[in-house]
Design a protein around this ligand. Structure first.
Ligand code: MG
Length: 261
């Protein structure tokens, strides 16, 4: 009886010691451990070409009208010229901006410098895509549009630059008269309740399919004169620039945006 009891005790002790030891052994990793099934990415039907809007895009200009745009100055209907499916700057009408406001987004826009452009430096096909038009009196955040095919200017002001802040990583500019594209990922700056900066704006830009801004950190609004600074805003329109000093007006087409959540 006693031996049997001792044997049982020994066995129980063995179990008591061994089971926790075994439990401490990490399980062999399995491929299932690193495979997740949620959240399921939403279905997005791509456009017929990379220039065409995918199914979840907000179309800002489809070649037909300026219903999505207003004058930057007084919010009256935008008076740029729409003809033959393209949008052309009317410098007398000034800058135009979207009716809708945006925070973080993906943007596609195409632009064309006229074939017979004249002028030089910054006065040769100057326009701009303001990634956030933050209000009256603000400079906003400009992705430069300019003829940069054999046109010398300051490099932080050529096509594909974040004006006076970000030199493009390459110059893939096409000749005047040819269509060019920007594909942009804009991450808006975040501000604290006291108006101070929480996180800066970042931008990634493909120019004619070539990466020219790679998660570039902005130092603030893109100023013509002076050092950039941030001013609190939440959502903002996208603005197109009527620079006014070019010999021939710049045109745009295929403009769409996808809001990023
Ligand atoms: Mg400009």
């Amino acid at each position: 009886m006693r031996i049997q009891f001792l044997n049982s005790l020994a066995f129980a002790t063995l179990i008591a010691v061994a089971v926790p030891l075994l439990a401490q052994q990490p399980a062999a990793p399995k491929h299932q451990d690193t495979e997740v099934y949620e959240p399921v990415p939403p279905i997005v039907t791509p456009g017929a070409t990379d220039a065409a809007p995918p199914s979840d895009a907000i179309v800002l200009f489809d070649g037909k009208n300026l219903d999505q745009w207003v004058s930057n100055k007084d919010k009256s209907p935008a008076k740029w010229i729409v003809a033959d499916g393209i949008l052309t700057v009317n410098k007398k009408a000034g800058n135009i901006e979207t009716k809708q406001t945006f925070k973080d987004y993906q943007l596609h826009i195409e632009w064309r410098i006229p074939k017979n452009i004249t002028g030089s430096d910054q006065a040769r096909g100057n326009s701009g895509v303001f990634l956030a038009s933050t209000g009256p009196g603000d400079d906003g955040y400009e992705l430069q549009v300019l003829d940069s095919y054999n046109n010398k200017t300051y490099v932080n002001g050529q096509a594909g630059s974040i004006y006076k802040q970000g030199i493009p990583l390459a110059n893939p500019a096409r000749k005047p008269g040819e269509w060019q594209s920007y594909d942009v990922v804009w991450t808006a700056p975040r501000f604290k309740s006291d108006g101070s900066l929480e996180t800066p704006a970042y931008v990634t830009v493909f120019f004619n399919g070539v990466l020219v801004q790679n998660h570039f950190e902005l130092k603030g609004q893109t100023l013509y004169i002076g050092k950039p600074f941030y001013k609190k805003y939440d959502r903002a329109p996208i603005k197109l620039q009527a620079h006014g000093d070019h010999s021939e007006p710049i045109s745009f087409r295929n403009i769409w945006v996808r809001e990023l959540k």
